[in-house]
Write a protein that binds this ligand. Structure first.
Ligand code: SAH
Ligand code: SF4
Length: 343
């Protein structure tokens, strides 16, 4: 019999496991805290749980869903890229970035990605499979055990499209947020999507409250469809219209991500149009100068990038402008550079 993953179960599911075994359900909370608050990697360390129950879990469930295959460290920043292997020998990557008092972990939600953005190394891999909630959370647990600094922020910006694995992603975010789990504020958890409209709607309707980042990356549909093929189905207007419904609040602003690609989306008109959307949505605009993935796309030169930012600043009324000079470029850990060869 293949063993099931216990990591990834939420409190309700753990209670059901206990009920089925005629075990008092308060044990569920203890197991939950051992996994998500204390990050233990051996069931036998759950020392307030009766031995018989520990043995039952051990015989029927897997605790660790991922093994660390490799760790690369940047020479220039306190950034590490961690390569993990799943039980079915798939490889995924996560990035841990420490900068002053912030420890941000960028996690993967899928092995590969089906969205096929033309500027993204993960897109080039194609889609292999969704990660389970346990595998999503285990990236964070391993990193937290690896580093001394407590994790302050989680971004779903690694490999994969989180909104094409909506249920497992939301379940994992809920555990990260839960005070018995990792106890991270909702505004410390950011979920980035390339624009899967039905799931953006669902996320807004369900009032999830995690930070929402949208990879806009172009200001006209022709260009966006060329670089993000799903734009044919869910275009810029449809996305902006939906985002207009999102209640803005200083602590929880929408983020528009914009990867600057030389000669593709870096014109003055693009900057003007992007500021228009920024003012409309009262959001954060995050400009990400393209990181090389060895294909035909290039990063604009400094002059063009500066001009683009200048226009954003000039028009800025209801938005904030951030430029994300990605971390970990020397170890291919920057935005869009994550890709693995899997069996
Ligand atoms: N699939 C989600 C989250 C992962 S990608 C999404 O697309 O939003 C995280 C961010 O990296 C996205 O904003 C994406 O547009 C950006 N990105 C992808 N490839 C990049 C590259 N080569 N250089 C810079 N940013 C890139
Ligand atoms: Fe997938 Fe995001 Fe890469 Fe597009 S940018 S291929 S959605 S991971």
């Amino acid at each position: 019999m293949t063993q099931k993953q216990i990591k990834g179960l939420n409190l309700k599911e753990l209670m059901e496991v206990c009920e089925k075994q005629d075990i008092p359900t308060f044990r569920a909370k203890q197991i939950y805290q051992w996994m998500y608050r204390h990050h233990i990697d051996d069931i036998m360390q759950m020392n307030n749980i009766p031995l018989a129950l520990r043995n039952y879990i051990k015989d029927n469930y897997i605790l660790n869903t991922l093994d660390i295959e490799n760790i690369q460290e940047s020479e220039y920043e306190n950034t590490k890229k961690i390569l993990f292997k799943t039980h079915d020998h798939k490889l995924i990557e996560s990035v841990s970035m420490i900068d002053k008092n912030l420890h941000t972990v960028c996690i993967s939600s899928q092995v590969g990605c089906s969205v096929d953005c033309q500027f993204c190394a993960t897109g080039m891999m194609g889609f292999k499979r969704n990660l389970t909630c346990g595998e999503i959370i285990d990236q964070i647990i391993h990193i937290s055990n690896l580093r001394d600094e407590a994790i302050t922020n989680i971004v779903y910006m690694g490999m994969g499209e989180p909104f094409l694995n909506y249920n497992e992603v939301m379940k994992s975010a809920d555990i990260l947020h839960d005070h018995n789990g990792m106890n991270l504020g909702r505004n410390r958890i950011t979920i980035s999507t390339s624009g899967i409209l039905p799931k953006i709607k669902q996320f807004i309707d369900e009032k999830r409250g995690y930070k929402l980042a949208i990879s806009l990356n172009a200001t006209d549909d022709n260009t966006r469809t060329k670089i993000i093929p799903i734009n044919k189905k869910w275009n810029i207007n449809m996305i902006i219209e939906e985002l207009e419904k999102y209640p803005t609040d200083k602590k929880n602003m929408i983020m528009l991500e914009y990867v600057l690609l030389k000669g593709i989306n870096d014109s003055k008109e693009d900057a003007e149009k992007l500021s228009y959307y920024g003012n409309l949505l009262k959001c954060k605009i995050n400009v990400i100068p393209f990181n090389d993935i060895g294909n035909e796309y290039k990063r604009p030169n400094a002059e063009i990038i500066n001009k683009f930012i200048e226009i954003l600043h000039k028009n800025q009324k209801h938005y904030q402008t951030l430029v994300r000079w990605s971390k970990g470029i020397d170890i291919d850990a920057a935005c869009g550079q994550l890709s693995t060869k899997t069996s």
